[in-house]
Design a protein around this ligand. Sequence first.
Ligand code: UGA
Ligand code: MN
Length: 244
Amino acid sequence: PMLYIITPTYRRPEQIAELTRLAQTLMHVKNIHWLVIEDATQKTWQVTQLLERTGIKFEHLIAPMPEDLKKKKGLKPRGVSNREKGINWVRNHTTDGVLYFADDDNTYDIQIFHEMRFTKKVSMWPVGLCTGYGVSSPIVKNGVFQGFYDGWVAGRKFPVDMAGFAVNIKFLLQRPAAKMPYKPGFEEDGFLQSLAPFEPKEIELRADNCTKIYVWHTQTKKNSPAGALDAKYNSTNLLHLKRF
Ligand code: UGA
Ligand code: MN
């Protein structure tokens, strides 16, 4: 089966670095269709250029966050408009395969893509470096699902991270109402609950019964703002930089 990998991304200084790392991971994986969806009103040409250089089969789409949410203070539902766009693209362009949401800043062992490829309904595995608990994972005993371990359960039926599950596309298409809510912190749970009827006990356990970590919720540190500009190192001296 083909893997459809949905990656939300947005313009910021780290964007090309993040996407380069992810792209060069995905270049080691066969039979993938990469949907890179920018939270923007225009495609970023540096992103298009990068995607074209990879040789990966891709779609470069845009899906800006709704204006009212963008203006709101505090927590925002990051990457939801992008993922919704990707889900709809999948609904309109394929009848089978497996869907995975791969944020642009996480770290992926290519083994995770082999683990998820044969998913009948929903498969899950641990995600490292996730919340203060250090890992988010299904709890498994003698090969049987027991519950979830996660640093922020918050009453969720599926307290898991976006990087910790994949969905069969036939299964998804049988659920026309399945969607991701614009609800910070509850995107995963809302989406997985919208796949009803589907119960935690039906989860297909991967990564050696959830004993191995093949994906990490890494986060890139922002550079601190520049200090006073030294005339000798004025940025006009950087005009020789052509790429990006
Ligand atoms: C965690 C989860 O892993 C995300 O899947 C979830 O969307 C997010 O929390 C949330 O609940 O808001 P986190 O590392 O905190 O992720 O968030 P980011 O990595 O900053 O953003 C998630 C994805 O959305 C990234 O691929 C990022 O490029 C994208 N994003 C972020 C946008 O498209 N627009 C934004 O304004 C911010
Ligand atoms: Mn992230």
